[in-house]
Structure formats: structure tokens, C-alpha cells
Ligand binder design. Structure first.
Ligand SMILES: [Mg+2]
Length: 140
């Protein structure tokens, strides 16, 4: 382990965290929404990994893998690490949920979770938009 390089990487994560803060400010999400944000970044890194392994041309197999995909994957991993830092900050600061979520009744949430699990949304996030889309059986 190269601690100097490790510190350099951690500095890059801190810079990316500041960049994200500059863009989004203080973020308050449900925990599943946080995980979907992290998952989006991991998915982007995963895409670059797949591109890297697929980069040798199928006809000219002796062509080396294109390192540009590793550079792109590295950038996405830094973004994922910075989102992880933001999530840990959110946990350490009390894991506050958004006001729109806290104002929902327990019965509404129960029906919403049932509906949500039936639909298996790919991004797995309980967002304000999905809540708004949901129509409970009874007015709860
Ligand atoms: Mg990204």
C-alpha cells in the first residue's frame, strides 16, 4: 500500500465531494433514494468496465484494451466515493428524512410500499415523484 498515493486519492474524493456540494448543496433524501444516487454512479463505473473489456476490436483481437475506459471508470469511482462520503455525513448528522416523506401517514406508507414492491422500480428510489404517482386505495 502506497500511503502517499492513497492520500492523493482521498484528496481527489474530497475535491469531488466539494464539487458535488457546490452543485447540489445540502441534500436530504430517503435512504433508498440515497442508494439509488450511489447506484447510478456505480452503474456508470460498471459501464466503463464493460467497455474496457470489450474495447479490443472483434476483428483485430490483438489491439490492446483502450485505457480511456479505465480513466472514465476512475472518475466514476471518485464520484461514487464522494456520494458515499455525503451519505455517511447524512447518517452522522441524524439521517433526517425529507419533510414530504415525514408528513405521510403510516397507512399511506404501508400501501405505497406494497405498490412499490409490486412494480419493482429499477432505480429503487422512494422519490417525491413516485409518491405523487401513487394513488392509495382509500384516502389515507
Ligand atoms: Mg457519474
Amino acid at each position: 500500500m502506497d500511503v502517499i498515493n492513497q492520500q492523493r486519492i482521498l484528496d481527489e474524493v474530497a475535491i469531488e465531494r466539494l464539487r458535488q456540494y457546490d452543485k447540489w448543496g445540502d441534500q436530504i433524501h430517503t435512504v433508498t433514494h440515497w442508494m439509488s444516487i450511489l447506484g447510478e454512479e456505480v452503474g456508470e463505473a460498471d459501464k466503463e468496465a464493460v467497455e474496457y473489456e470489450a474495447s479490443p476490436d472483434e476483428i483485430f483481437l490483438d489491439r490492446p484494451r483502450d485505457p480511456i475506459y479505465l480513466d472514465r471508470m476512475r472518475k466514476e469511482l471518485l464520484e461514487a466515493a464522494a456520494v458515499s462520503v455525503a451519505m455517511i455525513e447524512w447518517i452522522d448528522e441524524g439521517a433526517t428524512y425529507p419533510p414530504w416523506y415525514e408528513n405521510l401517514s403510516p397507512e399511506f406508507i404501508r400501501q405505497f410500499v406494497d405498490w412499490y414492491q409490486k412494480h419493482a422500480f429499477p432505480d429503487r428510489a422512494f422519490t417525491h415523484e413516485k409518491i405523487a404517482e401513487f394513488k392509495p386505495e382509500n384516502d389515507v
